[in-house]
Design a protein around this ligand. Structure first.
Ligand SMILES: Nc1nc2c(ncn2[C@@H]2O[C@H](COP(=O)(O)OP(=O)(O)O)[C@@H](O)[C@H]2O)c(=O)[nH]1
Ligand code: SF4
Ligand SMILES: [Mg+2]
Length: 434
């Protein structure tokens, strides 16, 4: 469960602070945040789990700062911490590599930088503790970082708050700009038209609020001057009957595709929240190519279902119950084996799997979703977005993709037909999906 009063963390650029133990990472995070959010100590290894702090970085706007454990942490527990720290890299938009000038650049830093380069993460070098350093050390390390490693470099004393404003400016200058304005749905509704959102509220839904993809979509539409109407699927006929003209776009929970399809005139654009988030956060073309693999899955295929939030699992759970049930009904002879991961957990080893099903990923930033998809591609593992899967199983893939991709039939995007429908058994299962 998350509070919606603040800008959600997943939409903020993530700035993570890395470096050996005791170089002053936590002190630097506190200096940048202007408050004590991270524990500072001269005892090496004090920071264990990554610490996240949402803050405003002027003039950029909302960001997340992440303090990590030292990358040179030792021992068994140290190894766990190092792995956790490395996982942070998956969601990092800009890495700050903090260096103590008296230690200089060593094996830790060069190993770390090769990992950063492999993941194509932007990095800024921060030379800390300049209040304690000799001039010659400072000159030497600056040369090493600038010429040897070809990194932008800023010198600070986190403890004395020296150089922090300059560092903020550099961070703002190096934060990767979004390639395009990330609209969720507003660009898909022509001017003057109304967008109709169809939510699904069952036992699995959180109490007293809508879920994040719905809230964010609604806000996106409002921000772009697009009028929006929200209804549950049970009141959809009533809502449609009260409109003087059909909506420009209908966005539904992927679970209610069949009900919405039944009530909606065939020429009204229809898609789902999950498909919109596949476009916003993920690699849309990769998801589409992955769909081709569905009909080719062998018996006993091992499927990992990845959901980016943790919630109470109920008998109505979409990832753990409904989707596996629909797949088993659709392919009764394949005896699929399902594994699950949720929240920030993600398997280190993808080799045991032949398919991944991934939710819209609204709780992850785009960098992390793309990093997951990159790892899957390296392991030749297809990844199918929940919404695309449900559209396909309900025989409306072409319709559900049309608002985004235009009018070609679905097989032109991903080599599979629109007309595949779930079998009778699956339909019965699907009726449970209310
Ligand atoms: N002299 C000096 N000491 C610092 C500075 N930044 C951090 N320290 C000290 O270095 C020690 C380790 O700091 P900490 O932030 O916990 O390091 P971390 O392990 O990298 O998070 C603490 O005793 C800090 O007070 C600095 O700019 N100058
Ligand atoms: S993280 Fe995934 S499962 Fe959770 S609300 Fe967002 S899209 Fe849905
Ligand atoms: Mg620390």
């Amino acid at each position: 469960m998350i509070a919606i009063q603040k800008t959600p963390r997943a939409t903020r650029p993530h700035i993570a602070v890395f470096g050996r133990r005791n170089v002053g990472k936590s002190t630097l995070v506190n200096a940048l945040a202007n408050q004590n959010v991270a524990v500072v100590s001269s005892v090496p290894g004090t920071t264990t789990d990554p610490v996240y702090k949402s803050m405003e970085l002027h003039p950029f706007g909302p960001v997340v700062l992440i303090d990590t454990a030292g990358i040179d942490d030792a021992g068994d527990l140290g190894e766990v911490r190092v792995n956790r720290t490395r996982r942070v890299l998956r969601r990092t938009d800009l890495a700050l590599l903090v260096v103590d000038p008296r230690q200089g650049i060593g094996e830790w830093e060069t190993d770390f930088l090769s990992e950063v380069n492999r993941d194509k993460v932007s990095v800024l070098a921060v030379i800390n503790k300049i209040d304690r350093a000799e001039r010659k050390d400072l000159r030497g390390i600056r040369r090493e970082v600038r010429n040897g490693l070809d990194l932008p470099v800023v010198r600070v004393s986190a403890e004395q708050h020296r150089g922090i404003d300059a560092l903020r400016d550099e961070i703002v200058a190096h934060l990767p700009r979004r390639a395009k304005a990330d609209t969720i749905a507003a660009d898909l509704v022509s001017e003057g038209n109304l967008c109709l959102l169809v939510t699904h509220i069952d036992e699995a839904a959180p109490q007293g609020r809508l879920i994040l993809p719905q809230v964010q979509t609604l806000r996106d539409l409002l921000d772009h001057g697009c009028p929006a109407l929200v209804t549950k699927e049970s009141e959809l006929p009533l809502a449609l009957s009260r409109l003087s003209s059909p909506p420009g776009l209908v966005i539904c929970d992927s679970q209610v595709f069949p009900r919405v399809q039944e009530c909606l005139p065939g020429d009204v654009s229809l898609t789902s929240f999950s498909i919109l988030f596949a476009r916003l956060k993920g690699d849309f073309q990769f998801y589409l190519r992955s769909l081709q693999q569905l009909e080719r899955l062998a018996p006993q295929t091992r499927i990992i279902v990845a959901e980016a939030c943790t919630h109470r699992v109920t008998h109505e759970d979409i990832g753990r119950v409904k989707i596996p049930r629909m797949l088993c009904s659709r392919y009764p002879d394949r005896a699929f084996i399902f594994d699950y991961c949720s929240g920030s957990d993600f398997p280190d080893d993808l080799d045991p799997y032949d398919l991944m099903l991934h939710c819209g990923g609204c709780m992850l930033n785009r960098t992390e979703v793309l990093s997951r998809l990159g790892e899957a591609q390296e392991a030749s593992l297809p990844v199918i977005n929940y919404g695309m899967l449900l559209a396909y199983l309900n025989g409306i893939l072409g319709r559900a993709l049309q608002p985004i991709l235009g009018k070609q039939p679905a097989y032109q995007y991903c080599g599979i037909g629109d007309d595949v429908r779930v079998g009778d058994d699956a339909r019965r299962g699907e009726d449970d999906v209310s």
